[in-house]
Design a protein around this ligand. Structure first.
Ligand code: TYD
Length: 209
């Protein structure tokens, strides 16, 4: 495959808990690698020290919402500057399991004091993805698949209903593709792959059949 230094693609799959972002990021990474494309898969919270702290705080109801928002933004800027940007410069297609839209949808619903504008400002130094795909599912369906005793603090149907509404409103406003994931995994993945392939072709990538 002939590829110039300028060909990069930063893809994000985002959506409420249980929408299948991790499963579909993994499948997508495998699919792109099979096509011979250099692919880097990452996730948020990231593997940094801030990311590790966030994983701990996800189980702690006492952490103020603004602290969560600040830490998620700090983790993201670090993640972008030290990992994502470098991989893009090295010619990788980067796939991130969650990114800015997670902070906008979750943190703006965590407290009345937190506005979408504030979260957007906190995230100004995190580079923008080329493609954000929103995976959508009814929280009643997604949470029924999880063990109740292992639920994290955001895994609550009424909160997730509100979080979902923000994802969908933003997707419509910003033109993000929305994919319903309450379907056979292979069919959902094929839909995601089609969107990604179109974007890659638009960017001038050569895709082998
Ligand atoms: P998740 O991908 O569900 O991790 P895991 O499947 O390993 O538990 O992400 C953890 C939680 O973090 C999820 O409930 C969404 C939340 N979150 C935010 O609230 N804001 C953010 O910016 C990010 C990245 C995640």
């Amino acid at each position: 495959m002939i590829k110039t230094m300028h060909q990069t693609l930063f893809i994000v799959l985002d959506g409420i808990d249980g929408s299948g972002t991790s499963t579909h990021c993994n499948l997508l990474a495998g699919f792109l690698s099979l096509k011979g494309l250099k692919t880097f898969l990452t996730q948020e919270p990231s593997s940094s020290e801030i990311g590790k702290l966030l994983r701990k705080y996800l189980k702690d109801e006492r952490i103020p919402a603004s602290t969560d928002a600040l830490l998620f933004a700090a983790d993201r800027v670090l993640h972008y500057k030290t990992e994502i940007k470098k991989k893009l410069e090295d010619g990788y297609i980067v796939i991130s399991d969650r990114y800015i839209e997670s902070s906008i949808a979750y943190q703006s619903n965590q407290s009345d004091e937190i506005t979408i504008e504030w979260v957007e400002n906190l995230n100004l130094f995190a580079g923008e993805p080329d493609l954000t795909i929103i995976l959508d599912i009814d929280p009643k369906i997604s949470l029924s698949r999880k063990h109740q005793e292992f639920l994290e603090k955001f895994e609550d149907t009424s909160l997730l209903d509100k979080v979902r509404r923000v994802y969908l409103t933003r997707a419509e406003k910003l033109g993000y593709p929305i994919i319903n994931t309450n379907n056979i995994i292979e069919l959902v993945q094929t839909e995601i792959q089609k969107i990604v392939i179109n974007k890659l072709k638009e960017k001038g990538f050569f895709i082998k059949n």
